[in-house]
Design a protein around this ligand. Structure first.
Ligand code: AMP
Ligand code: GLY
Length: 425
């Protein structure tokens, strides 16, 4: 069969790589893809938001299944359009994706259904938001309601930072309409975990746990990024904690959405904070995490296309999904300046010295061809992912591979997965 992956980052490279391993998959397309992905899939330069052109491509090429990587097309309702056209697609509908595309929708849903989350208030008025911050003081968290490419959440350590955040969002409108409403909420401290499940709206199958590293520098210093690295499994979630998360968060989320008339199909991702043995939802995402997917898909030991089809056909209950016992670590290599302004077009060397059978994959997050060479084309450039007997070995394998790669002004965190070693030694 023919499969289309929508997106062009490291997560999509990992999805294409996993699909190519499936015997039933003859050909993979990727829109728009990137230079690394083009080694495995036919990349076609259609934007992830150009739904009409994507429908036309799928019809024209007789593509059997489409898999959506990022949140933007989901928020635009790509799944609803494909279903109306009778085309198979993996991902949640526009209404279901509101768990990610509107933080106000998600918070109100959690409050209504007593799903554990930080206490919050919603504001549409700038002076009232300012007044509330004066009253509450810091630390406090300010969030734009809509999608803001991972930049719409400000964890303010001081009162001034919180005021700056609401001014940026509400007065300067740096995120446009996404800042029409803001949420101001209590800061929760603890251990952060990414918890994802596959669901067809009825059956819910947990994916192994993982942890992202959002800050740009070692020891969680510097501004937030899209994610600088990840590891799986996250030892802070033991069997009992997994059951608590399923019981208090994942199962109620899916079943209560269904009660509200919203069927959720696809990957549901809860960004959790575990505080004193209790999980709280910081945010929902309606897709795989990036870079978590790069680590997780290294561990998948079943055909991913069968999982996607089981979700689409609402037959997930009967599916068997196996994972390798090994651990995985993924390290993101970023362009100089990222997450601020950065330069493109830096030639990348050393890629040819990394061999996949060693359990190491270099997923391209943002690369283009430049005169026959791979060159950088976005802020996150590569994700080096590796397996190992345990987290420590996977980390060593990933960093050994990363050390062979070079591009001018590159930077990457040297402490990915360090926090896990605190638990496992
Ligand atoms: P994003 O994935 O860009 O929405 O990032 C949001 C990040 O902000 C989370 O991953 C947390 O690290 C942090 N965060 C969000 N809400 C809270 C909260 N209530 N308390 C503490 N940290 C938070
Ligand atoms: N790694 C966090 C995200 O994908 O939103």
């Amino acid at each position: 069969m023919k499969v289309l992956v929508i997106g062009g980052g490291g997560r999509e490279h990992a999805l294409v790589w996993a699909l190519k391993k499936c015997r039933r998959v003859d050909k993979v397309y990727c829109c728009p893809g990137n230079a690394g992905i083009s080694g495995l899939a036919e990349c076609i330069n259609i934007g992830t938001d150009n739904i009409r052109a994507l429908v036309d491509l799928v019809k024209c090429e007789w593509i059997d299944l489409t898999v959506v990587g990022p949140e933007v097309p989901l928020g635009l309702g790509i799944v609803d359009v494909f279903e109306r056209e009778g085309l198979k697609i993996f991902g949640p509908s526009q209404r279901a994706a509101m768990l990610e595309t509107s933080k106000v929708f998600a918070k109100d849903f959690m409050r209504r259904h007593a799903i554990p989350t930080a206490r919050y208030k919603v504001f549409t008025s700038y002076p009232q938001a300012e007044e509330y911050i004066r009253l509450m003081g810091a630390p406090i968290v300010v969030k734009a309601d809509g999608l803001a490419a991972g930049k719409g959440v400000i964890v303010a350590a001081t009162h001034e930072e919180a005021e700056d955040a609401i001014r940026l969002i509400m007065a300067d409108r740096v995120f446009g309409d996404a800042g029409d409403k803001v949420i101001i909420e209590e800061r929760i401290t603890g251990e952060e975990v990414s918890f994802m499940v596959f669901t067809d709206g009825k059956a819910i199958v947990p994916i192994p746990t993982s942890q992202d590293h959002k800050r740009v520098y070692d020891n969680d210093k510097g501004p937030n990024t899209g994610g600088m690295g990840a590891y799986s499994p996250a030892p802070v979630v033991d069997k009992a904690m997994e059951e608590t998360i399923m019981e208090t968060i994942m199962r109620p989320t899916i079943s209560l959405l269904a009660k509200d008339g919203i069927k959720y199909k696809g990957v549901l991702y809860a960004g959790l904070m575990i505080r004193e043995g209790k999980p709280y939802v910081l945010e929902y995402n309606c897709r795989f995490g990036d870079p978590e997917a790069q680590a997780l898909l290294m561990r998948l030991d079943s055909g991913i296309v069968d999982i996607f089809l089981a979700v689409y056909d609402e037959a997930l209950e009967a599916a068997t999904i196996k994972w390798k016992p090994e651990a995985a670590v993924a390290v993101v290599m970023a362009a100089g300046g990222y997450p601020g302004d950065f330069q493109r077009g830096k030639v990348i060397t050393g890629l040819e010295s990394i061999k996949e059978p060693d359990g190491v994959c270099v997923f391209h997050s943002g690369t283009a061809f430049d005169g026959g060479y791979y060159a950088t084309s976005s802020g996150r450039v590569l994700t080096v992912a590796a397996l190992g007997e345990n987290i420590s070995e996977a980390k060593d394998n990933a960093y050994q591979a990363a050390a062979k790669i070079h591009f001018e002004d590159m930077h990457y965190r040297k402490d990915i997965a360090m926090r896990a070693l605190k638990y496992t030694g």
